[in-house]
Design a protein around this ligand. Sequence first.
Ligand code: ZN
Length: 203
Amino acid sequence: MKIICVGRNYAKHAAELNNPIPDDPIIFTKPDSALLRENRDFYYPEFSEDVHYECELVLRIGKMGKFIDQKFAKGYVDAIALGIDFTARDMQQKAKEKGLPWALAKGFHGSAPISPFLPVGHFPNWADIRFTCEINGEIRQEGHTANMLYSSEYLIAYISRFFTLTKGDLIFTGTPAGVGPVKVGDHITGHLEGKKMLDFHVR
Ligand code: ZN
C-alpha cells in the first residue's frame, strides 16, 4: 500500500505557514513504514527540533482504480479514519528554501499515526465531516471538510490521473489551521464526528 498526502488543502492553514493557495493540489507521499497504528507511542526523532502535528481526515481506498471520474470517486473508498501527518518543520523549511523534496521531513518513522477506521457508510455527506485535535486536552485544530480547497472526491480523481490507486492505499487529505510543535510527554487526541479516534503519547 502507499500513503498519499495533500498539502495546503485548507486556506487558513496555507496562510498560517505563509504559503500561497495552490493552483492544483500539492501531492506528496510517505513510505508505508511511516504508519503508526493502534495509538502506539510516537518517538520524537533525534534529527529534528521542531516536529509539528497536522491532524487530517484519511480516506482508505477499497478497490483499484485510475482515471477515476469525480462523480464515481466515493465508490473507491471503503473506510475513513483520522491521522496525523507529523512534519519535521525545520527540515521541511530548509528543503523548501532550496527547492528540494520533503521526503525525509514528512516520511520518517512513525510520521503517520492512523486511528482505527470507520466504514464509509458512517459518512453520508463528505462535505460535512468535522474533526478536532487536542494536545494535552486543549483543542488546537478544528477541521470541517466544507472548508477544503479540494474536496475528497476531487482529490481521488486528481491523484488517480497519476497514481493507480490500489486497495488499502491511504489518502491524507490535508490539515486545517492550528498546527504547532509537539514535545516529549505530550498527549495527543483526535475526535472524528465527536468520537475519540486518536489517543497516544509522544515519547
Ligand atoms: Zn499535512
